[in-house]
Write a protein that binds this ligand. Structure first.
Ligand code: NAD
Length: 252
């Protein structure tokens, strides 16, 4: 993968076993400097410390709440002040909740929509003017197989709605910003063993793996690799697209 002296913001990158931390690692392997953004500042600091030690590449940990426009604005300002540019945004922060539609409150629905979908909108809106100045940008969203086929193994209908919303948002934004040299794409992971699925019993986990043609859940690294490709210089002729990373559990 080729990256030319790039700077990235990765949201949701403070989780110990998460996809975000793995994205930051692959970026650092490719000398991409990252803003490691998360609501969990201690986790973000740990991710930044880890990649600086392991790869000798600078990383800036920042606390952000992606549902809050002011907080997102402060993150983008701090990123530009520190690194002078933003080339890549990975909209990766997300939450889910195992609840059926009949048991769901309006507040549940709103919260899941806010973090996954509104957060993607707010972060994208904040970085586009910065990217447009350099006539270069890569926005990559972490959607989900749940957004395509419904019935996430762990998330509810609010999660499917939010993740499907991301795919529509990405296509519309891709058309708007194509003349600014910015691409907008998404990755749709299937089940991946991270903290977002904490609380799933071993039995349930095994039955999820049995339902995947490859017979196992994915690793954060496998998802992060697809995200990194779409964020790389080489993905220059791809926009408004999404890549399934799900071991064959859904194909379209
Ligand atoms: N793990 C899976 O099975 C799976 C499958 C499909 C999609 N995804 C998506 O992958 C992405 C990464 O999830 P993960 O599995 O690594 O989970 P994770 O829980 O390990 O990481 C999510 C991170 O998002 C952060 N976050 C939550 N709300 C936030 C907010 N308001 N502002 C800023 N940060 C916030 C959390 O602190 C956490 O560090 C999410 O968008 C998730 O929906 C995960």
């Amino acid at each position: 993968m080729k990256f030319k002296q790039r700077v990235a913001i990765v949201t949701g990158a403070g989780s110990t076993r998460g996809i975000g931390r793995e994205i930051v690692k692959i970026m650092a392997e490719n000398q991409v400097k990252c803003v490691v953004a998360d609501m969990n500042l201690e986790g973000a600091r740990e991710t930044a410390r880890m990649v600086e030690e392991e790869y000798g590449v600078e990383a800036l940990p920042l606390e952000v709440n992606v549902t809050d426009k002011e907080s997102v604005g402060r993150m983008v300002e701090a990123a530009v002040e520190h690194f002078g540019r933003i080339d890549i945004l990975c909209n990766n922060a997300g939450i889910t909740q195992p609840v059926t539609t009949l048991d769901m409150t309006k507040e549940d629905f709103q919260k899941v929509l806010d973090v996954n979908l509104i957060g993607t909108f707010l972060c994208s809106q904040a970085v586009v003017p910065v990217m447009a100045k350099n006539h270069y940008g890569r926005i990559v969203n972490t959607s989900s197989v749940s957004g395509k086929r419904g019935g996430g193994v762990y998330g509810g209908s609010h999660y499917s709605a939010a993740k499907a919303g991301i795919l529509g948002f990405a296509k519309a934004l891709a058309r708007e910003v194509v003349s600014d040299g910015i691409t907008v794409n998404s990755v749709c992971p299937g089940a991946v063993a991270t903290d977002i699925r904490a609380g799933i019993s071993d039995e349930k986990e095994a039955s999820i793996a049995d339902g995947v043609p490859m017979g196992r859940v994915g690793t954060p690294r496998e998802v992060a690799a697809a995200i990194a490709f779409l964020a790389s210089d080489e993905a220059s002729y791809i926009t408004g697209e999404d890549i399934d990373v799900n071991g064959g559990s859904h194909m379209d």
